[in-house]
Design a protein around this ligand. Structure first.
Ligand code: HEM
Length: 460
C-alpha cells in the first residue's frame, strides 16, 4: 500500500508565483504549459491552481496507471461532471460507478463489430448523396463540410430513421444549441446563469420530448430498427435497478453522450486526414492507387470488406490523429496515491486528490516515442516499424486501457467511407497555407482553411 505522505517522492511542482502562478500558466494555454513544464521537469510535474493540484503525466512510461486503473482508483466522474446538464440526469457522469459500468456495457453493445456492418452502407450512402450535390469545382472549408455531413450520418445511425427522414433540421438545431452551451467557462461553472446555458437547457428539454415520442412509438409498433437508438431501447440493466429497461430520459441522455463523443472528434479527424494527405503528394498518390486496387478486387461497392482492405488510407487517418488529436487532454481524479517511474528511472508518488492529466497532443510529439515526431509519415504505423506499438499507450488518439474509445472502429469506418468517396470522385488542392490547430476550442480542430476541389473527368 502506498502511503499518502511521501513528500520526497511527490512530483516536482511547476508554479512560479505561489497560488496564482499555476493559473497564469494555464492562461497561456495547455500546450504552452505542458511544453514549459516538460522542459523544466520532464514527464511528471504538478501545477497548483487555486485549491487544486494538476499533475501531468506525459508519455507512455508514466501513463500506464492512468489508463489501466479502475474507477475507484482513477475516477472520471469529478473531472467530466460538467457534462451533466448537457447529457442529462441519470446517465454517465451523473451516476455511481456501478450504474455507469452497466451503461458503458450498453455503449459497447451498440458499437460492437457485428453492428458496424449495418452502419457502413449508411455512412457510404450519406457521403455519396452529400458530395453528389457539389458542383464541378469550387472552394470549401473541410471543418464546415464534415461537421454538416457527420451530423447527417449520426442522425441516421444513431438517432434513427424518424429523425433523419422527418425532423433532421429541428433536431440538428437543438444539438447546435446544446453544443453552443458547452463553453470553456462551463467546465468550471456548468450552471452559471448565462444565455448559452439557458438555450442549452431549453434544447435539452425539447430533445427529451422529441425522443420520448419516438421511443414510445417504437415500443408500440415493435418495428425493431437497426440503429443505436434501438440498441438502447432494448438494453436492460443486470446488476442494478432490479434489471429494468432504460427509461426514456436515460435513452435520450445516452444518445446525446454518444453524439458528443463522436461528432466533433470524427469531423475534425476527417478534416485533418484530408488536409495532411493533400499536403503530401506522394501519400495522396499512394492512397489513390490503393483505391484503384480495391476497386479491381471488390468492384465499386464500398463494403465493409473493401474498407477493411484500405490500409494506406487507414494509416493516413491514424497519422493525422497522431499529429492532431482533437482531445488534447484526458483527465482523471486520483482516488488513491500511486507511483510512476519515468523513462529516466525516477519514481514519483502522485497523492490522492490530484487531478491527473495526460495529453495525446503532447505525448504523440515526444521524440523518444515517435521518430521525427513532427513529420507526417503514415508508414510509421506499418510493419516492421509499428512505432505505435513500441510501448503500451504510445498512441493514445483514441485513449486506451479501461476507458479507451468505444467508437474507434465506428469512427475509422466512417472516415474511410467519406474519404473513399472523395478520393474516387475528386481532386483537391489547398488554397490557404496549411492550418494551425485552434487550441482555443474545447475539441481542437484546424483553423479555417480553404480547399479547392475539382470533379475528376474520369472517376477512379
Ligand atoms: C476520430 C474520432 C474519435 C476520437 C479521436 C475519439 C477519442 C476518444 C478518446 C481519446 C476517448 C478517451 C477519453 C478519456 O480517456 O478520458 C474516447 C472515449 C469514448 N469514445 Fe471516442 N473518439 C472518437 C469517436 C467516437 C465515436 C464515433 C463514438 C461513438 C459513436 C465514440 C464513443 C466513445 C465513448 C462511449 C467513450 C467512453 C469510453 C469510456 O469512458 O469507457 N467515440 N474517445
Amino acid at each position: 500500500m502506498i502511503s499518502n505522505s511521501l513528500p520526497a517522492k511527490s512530483p516536482p511542482v511547476f508554479e512560479g508565483t505561489p497560488f496564482i502562478g499555476g493559473i497564469m500558466k494555464f492562461v497561456k494555454g495547455p500546450m504552452q504549459l505542458m511544453n514549459d513544464g516538460y522542459k523544466r521537469h520532464g514527464e511528471v510535474f504538478t501545477v497548483p491552481v487555486l485549491h487544486k493540484k494538476f499533475t501531468f503525466l506525459l508519455g507512455p512510461h508514466v501513463s500506464g496507471h492512468f489508463f489501466k486503473a479502475n474507477d475507484d482508483e482513477m475516477s472520471q466522474k469529478e473531472v467530466y461532471e460538467f457534462n451533466v446538464p448537457t447529457f442529462g440526469k441519470g446517465v454517465v457522469f451523473d451516476v455511481d460507478h456501478k450504474v455507469r459500468a452497466e451503461q458503458f456495457r450498453f455503449f459497447a453493445e451498440a458499437l460492437k463489430s457485428a453492428k458496424l456492418k449495418v452502419y457502413v452502407p449508411y455512412f457510404v450512402q450519406e457521403a455519396q448523396d452529400f458530395f453528389a450535390k457539389w458542383s464541378q469545382e469550387g472552394t470549401i472549408d473541410f471543418a464546415k463540410t464534415f461537421s454538416e455531413l457527420i451530423i447527417l450520418t449520426a442522425s441516421r445511425t444513431l438517432m434513427g430513421r424518424e429523425v433523419r427522414e422527418s425532423m433532421f433540421h429541428q433536431v440538428a438545431d437543438l444539438f447546435h444549441d446544446l453544443d453552443m452551451g458547452m463553453l470553456p467557462i462551463s467546465v468550471l461553472f456548468p450552471y452559471l446563469p448565462i444565455p448559452p446555458h439557458w438555450r442549452r437547457d431549453r434544447a435539452r428539454a425539447e430533445l427529451s420530448r422529441i425522443f420520448a415520442r419516438i421511443i414510445q412509438a417504437r415500443r408500440q409498433s415493435k418495428a425493431g430498427e437497426e440503429d443505436i437508438l434501438q440498441c438502447f431501447i432494448d438494453s436492460r440493466y443486470e446488476k442494478v435497478y432490479g434489471g429494468r429497461y432504460l427509461s426514456d430520459e436515460e435513452i435520450t441522455g445516452m444518445l446525446i453522450a454518444t453524439l458528443f463523443a463522436g461528432q466533433h472528434t470524427s469531423s475534425i479527424t476527417s478534416s485533418w486526414t484530408g488536409l495532411t494527405m493533400i499536403q503530401d503528394k506522394a501519400v495522396m498518390r499512394a492512397a489513390e492507387e490503393e483505391q484503384r486496387q480495391v476497386i479491381a478486387k471488390h468492384g465499386q461497392e464500398l463494403s465493409l470488406e473493401a474498407l477493411n482492405d484500405m490500409k494506406v488510407l487507414e494509416r493516413c487517418m491514424m497519422e493525422a490523429l497522431r499529429l492532431f488529436p482533437p482531445l488534447i487532454m484526458l483527465l482523471r481524479q486520483a482516488k488513491a496515491p500511486f507511483a510512476v517511474t519515468t523513462s529516466q528511472g525516477k519514481t514519483h508518488v502522485i497523492p490522492k486528490g490530484h487531478v491527473v492529466a495526460t495529453s495525446p497532443a503532447y505525448s504523440h510529439r515526444l521524440p523518444h516515442v515517435f521518430s521525427r515526431p513532427d513529420d507526417f509519415d503514415p508508414e510509421r504505423f506499418a510493419a516492421p516499424r509499428e512505432e505505435d506499438k513500441a510501448a503500451p499507450f504510445s498512441f493514445i488518439g483514441f485513449g486506451g486501457g479501461r476507458h479507451g474509445c468505444m467508437g474507434s472502429n465506428f469512427a475509422i469506418l466512417q472516415i474511410k467511407s467519406i474519404w473513399s468517396v472523395l478520393l474516387r470522385g475528386f481532386e483537391f488542392e489547398l488554397v490557404d497555407p496549411f492550418p494551425e490547430p485552434d487550441f482555443e476550442s474545447m475539441v481542437v480542430g484546424p483553423k479555417p482553411c480553404k480547399v479547392h476541389f475539382k470533379r475528376r473527368k474520369q472517376p477512379l
